[in-house]
Design a protein around this ligand. Structure first.
Ligand code: GAR
Length: 214
């Protein structure tokens, strides 16, 4: 019986990194047994997520599209960074940029994203961060939540892995709703989904090796 290999995770961030923190805490608490966070990549300079990586002794790399000159150059640098470190799974945790179809095609079933609404509501291009909660409140929904899904060529269009509903309360502002959804859904869901996907990737790997030996 083969032992399963822990999957190497890169977390992509753009901001404060509270979801990154939830992943780091989960790993420390033994709740990510099939995954190991080995890299953080930010597409913005000097964001707090980078400090969180440093505090936890995790390598952090900053790649800024404008400095690199184009989306193609950004994605080429990202691809090289990920491949050099033998990354198995990419987690978009508050990564507020869209990856091209060319890039996502290179990582089928190996990129997941957390989105702060119940997809298919309030998602797709233009719906990120507080804008999602502003739109939910403007529409008057009574329930919102968070979704973790696989990433493919359609923004927020990949297969759903986990979802959790969160009540919208009278007097909610976008900030209050964002905080409740993070606390009650995002920070729980993302580590759970990460473990599910890592376990599934590790299982497939072992299966493939067994077949290769037959
Ligand atoms: C989170 O609410 C995350 O779901 C959202 O941005 C916030 C980042 O917070 N992501 C998106 O809107 C992606 N479309 P964080 O940096 O503290 O994790």
């Amino acid at each position: 019986m083969k032992t399963l290999r822990r999957q190497n995770i890169a977390v992509l961030v753009s901001g404060s990194g509270t979801n990154l923190q939830a992943l780091l805490d989960a790993e420390k608490a033994g709740k990510l047994p099939m995954g190991h966070i080995s890299l953080v990549v930010s597409n913005k300079k000097e964001v707090y997520a980078l400090a969180r990586a440093e505090e936890n002794g995790i390598e952090a790399v900053t790649l800024v599209k404008r400095d690199l000159g184009s989306q193609e150059a950004f994605e080429a640098a990202l691809q090289e960074t990920l491949c050099e470190r033998h990354i198995d799974l990419i987690i978009l945790a508050g990564f507020l940029a869209i990856l091209s179809a060319d890039f996502t095609a290179k990582w089928p079933g190996r990129i997941i994203n957390i989105h702060p609404s119940l997809i298919p509501s309030f998602c797709g291009p233009g719906f990120y961060g507080l804008k999602v909660h502003e739109a939910a409140l403007a529409r008057g929904v009574k329930v919102s939540g968070a979704t973790v899904h696989y990433v493919n060529e359609i923004p927020d269009g990949g297969e759903i892995i986990l979802q959790k509903a969160v009540a919208v309360l009278p007097g909610d502002t976008p900030e209050k709703l964002q905080k409740r959804i993070m606390e009650e859904a995002e920070w729980l869901l993302l580590p759970q989904a990460a473990e599910l996907v890592c376990a599934s990737l590790a299982g497939k790997e072992t299966e493939d090796e067994s077949h290769a030996e037959l």
